[in-house]
Design a protein around this ligand. Structure first.
Ligand code: URA
Length: 248
């Protein structure tokens, strides 16, 4: 990506104040950046969630998508317009996981298509990642009424679907956007501030998982966009380490 285009994306993220530093550092330089990688206790095996024994190794995408579309496991099916399965490259290296569909997503059947989605696109573009190259999904496939937080039993009902998606995609890196995604994926109630800035591990494949702010939060709190940019740079660095054949 050219420096000017990158600067435009950074500006869209609202971190143009960083241009002097980050726009002069192109993606390659970010990838090449060295330094000790912070590793969370999860990578030492104490809180890394295990893939559920309910995973069906033979399920295919169409079957899974049909199961989700007709799901009535929790009451959210009563108020949804439609399920929001997930979108993108089914063999993506990068899997982005958000919280739950909002009004616009519920209407269109696609994750992150509202205002928060536009900021997410800008965040991904800032690290040279087109959303169509990634896969984007949510913790919940149905919209909670009035965008309230997902309830524990709703997450539990929906979790096998996301686990199946992850098993099918086999992403090389998971980006958890927001507290709800991070806490549910990592099975912790630690605040987001403590989950950012280090590498967690997800599932049996020990997939690196990076936590960042939810774009809807960043729209309300633009002062934290710089920290989100740090998180994205960490994710890029971790990904580049994988490419070098390291095990991070
Ligand atoms: N917020 C989310 O977490 N996911 C969406 O799909 C839209 C908004």
């Amino acid at each position: 990506m050219g420096g000017e285009l990158r600067a435009q994306y950074l500006q869209a993220m609202g971190i143009d104040a960083w241009r002097s530093r980050s726009s002069s550092v192109d993606a390659q330089a970010i990838l090449a950046e060295s330094g000790a990688l912070p590793v969370s206790p999860a990578s030492m095996g104490d809180v890394a969630p295990r893939i559920s024994p309910g995973i069906d190794p033979d399920i295919d995408w169409d079957t899974l998508q049909r199961q989700v579309a007709s799901c009535t496991r929790c009451d959210l099916h009563r108020t949804r317009t439609q399920t929001v399965f997930g979108v993108g490259n089914r063999t993506a290296d990068w899997l982005v996981i958000g919280e739950a569909p909002g009004a616009e997503e519920d209407k269109r059947g696609e994750p992150f298509v509202g205002r928060a989605g536009q900021l997410l696109d800008a965040m991904l573009a800032a690290i040279n990642l087109d959303r169509r190259r990634a896969y984007i999904a949510n913790i919940l496939k149905c919209r909670p009424p009035n965008n309230r937080d997902p309830q524990a039993h709703e997450v539990a009902c929906c979790e096998p679907y996301l686990q199946q998606q992850i098993a099918l995609i086999q992403p090389r890196l998971i980006l958890a956007v927001g507290r709800i995604a991070a806490q549910n994926l990592l099975k912790t109630d630690a605040p987001l501030a403590r989950l950012r800035g280090r590498v967690h591990r997800y599932g049996e494949r020990q997939t690196p998982l990076i936590v960042t702010y939810h774009p809807a939060y960043l729209l309300r709190t633009p002062g934290d966009k710089r920290k989100a940019w740090d998180d994205l740079q960490l994710a890029v660095r971790i990904y580049s380490e994988l490419d070098k054949g390291g095990s991070v």
